[in-house]
Design a protein around this ligand. Structure first.
Ligand SMILES: CN(C)C(=N)NCCC[C@H](N)C(=O)O
Length: 264
């Protein structure tokens, strides 16, 4: 099994993350301490996504990353490989994403005397508290919504990227840096447009159970969110998600492509 895609996925995910971190922090008007935790989590998640995607394509088409420029896979194969990568990465992402959402939603001021203390002191304390208070399954709260969010959207992500690269690159050649940047940026936006409705539900499910339980399940969360806030609830955060997605994914794909060309 080729492993360079896993390593390239790790490094390119970290590069995208450094760009996206400020957007991630303002998204929920909270705070997210330090970069070490997100870098550790992106190591696992992005390398699983890119590594599984590339190896699934290898299984489906019997072509390596280098051979795929001369023999492009069908869009159906790209979609299936993307969905497989998205499905497996969602399970790896679930505990990290839960901790991130809990920390970002923690808005108690930290330094003011007399104000309530933040519930979690940091990512490790957050993980340990969830484990103690909600059990091991608590760490996977919202994992279903995350899987539903990421499985099809990762298919869309890779189809958009490969489709745009194919459109603007002469037969058999590697796409130029400008093409990779634009295709990567639009792939990020397309995936977030598709993902935002379930992203809203996922975050609500992950916050549920913190003080008391509000929702009976994902469907209940969807129905009561629409009843209370209207259909617009599904598009909450779409603008910031898209603004963040373009630079993050442009840089992610550029570094991924160049690392693989460099090693290949
Ligand atoms: C849930 N969705 C839409 C995605 N994960 N899309 C792929 C982009 C991944 C990239 N690390 C990012 O955070 O934009």
């Amino acid at each position: 099994m080729p492993v360079e895609e896993f390593v390239a996925g790790w490094i390119s995910g970290a590069a995208g993350l450094v760009l996206g971190h400020p957007f991630d922090t303002v998204k929920l008007l909270g705070f997210f301490k330090g970069m070490s935790f997100p870098i550790a989590s992106i190591a696992v998640v992005n390398s699983v996504l890119f590594g599984v995607y590339s190896n699934a394509l290898l299984l489906l088409t019997a072509t390596s990353h280098q051979e795929r420029r001369a023999q492009p896979p069908s869009y159906m194969h790209i979609f299936l490989a993307g969905c497989t990568g998205g499905f497996l990465q969602a399970y790896c992402l679930a505990p990290f994403d839960l901790i991130k959402v809990r920390l970002q939603n923690q808005t108690e001021p930290r330094a003011q005397p007399g104000s309530p203390r933040p519930r979690y002191k940091g990512p490790m304390h957050c993980a340990a508290s969830i484990f103690q208070e909600e059990g091991p399954r608590g760490l996977f709260r919202g994992a279903w919504a995350l899987t539903l969010r990421d499985t099809p959207t990762m298919g869309i992500y890779f189809i958009t990227y490969e489709g745009l690269c194919h459109q603007y690159t002469p037969e058999g050649q590697n796409p130029s840096s400008a093409t990779v940047l634009v295709a990567g940026g639009f792939a990020g936006i397309a995936s977030w447009v598709a993902a935002t409705p379930l992203d809203v539900i996922k975050s609500r499910m992950q916050m549920d159970g913190l003080r008391y339980k509000v929702y009976r399940g994902m469907l209940d969360c969807m129905v009561s969110s629409v009843r209370q806030e209207g259909l617009g609830v599904f598009f909450r955060g779409l603008t910031i998600n898209s603004a963040r997605a373009f630079p993050v994914n442009a840089v992610t794909f550029l570094s991924y492509e160049y690392l693989l060309r460099w090693w290949g």
